[in-house]
Design a protein around this ligand. Structure first.
Ligand code: FES
Length: 226
């Protein structure tokens, strides 16, 4: 369009432009001076360069040039999808591995999984939101799970949850500012005898009281600062 505007502005009626398969081929009257020719070719070149840049940006976002770590993760995802495609119940294992790769399941990852497994995006999203182990937002280094099952609730899980929220300054499903902790709530963890119970990653803490929370969290903070 920019190219055509230049032509109209200069009012060179004898200039003929053929657009064939998205490539501009230009026939220029010999009477046009060199400056105009340079201008026209500059515009064509710039348009071409803009298109190439857009194409490259799109390609890198979805990965296939393999030039960055991020692209490699997309390549790995494609491999995971192709290995599981057609298998019954493939969606959950694929999502699980995708989350391990990226840390969470962003929209573009959900779309790639849906396209790759040839299932509706709504089905992918439904599974992600149903299972609490999946997250659509970036997670902290340690995920805290506060059990809100009946036994834990009766033994004071709500006070434990509040103590953690106060200590970290976050709500449920949020990540602390230092990026260390993501707070979640869970159903019964099968350790009711230890109620109230929380998990931090693979670690389990039972028979908790709110005053124990700062020391427990500090252990992880200190480990991280070493
Ligand atoms: S209710 Fe919390 S472990 Fe069972």
């Amino acid at each position: 369009m920019i190219f055509l505007k230049y032509i109209c502005y200069l009012d060179y009626g004898r200039l003929i432009v053929f657009l064939i398969q998205n490539k501009a081929r230009v026939m220029i009257n010999q009477q046009l001076n060199t400056g105009v020719i340079t201008l026209i070719f500059s515009v064509i070149y710039q348009n071409q360069a803009d298109k190439e840049e857009e194409k490259l940006a799109e390609t890198c976002a979805r990965c296939s040039c393999g030039s960055t770590e991020s692209d490699l993760r997309y390549q790995q995802l494609e491999k995971i999808i192709s290995e599981n495609k057609g298998k019954p119940g493939a969606l959950i294992p694929v999502l699980h591995q995708a989350q391990e790769l990226f840390g969470y399941l962003a929209e573009d990852v959900q779309e790639l999984v849906a396209d790759g497994l040839e299932i509706p995006l709504s089905e992918v999203y439904g599974v992600i939101t149903f299972y609490s182990l999946f997250s659509t937002k970036p997670r902290g280094e340690h995920t805290i799970g506060v059990c809100m099952g009946t036994a834990c609730y009766v033994k004071g899980a709500a006070a434990i949850l509040k103590a953690i929220q106060t200590e970290l300054g976050v709500g449920i499903d949020e990540t602390s500012e230092d990026g260390l902790f993501t707070l979640t709530v869970t159903r019964c963890l099968g350790a009711c005898g230890l109620a109230p119970v929380i998990t931090i990653g693979e670690d389990v803490y039972g028979r908790l009281t709110p005053d124990k929370i700062p020391d427990i969290l500090n252990k992880y903070r200190n480990n991280n600062s070493k």
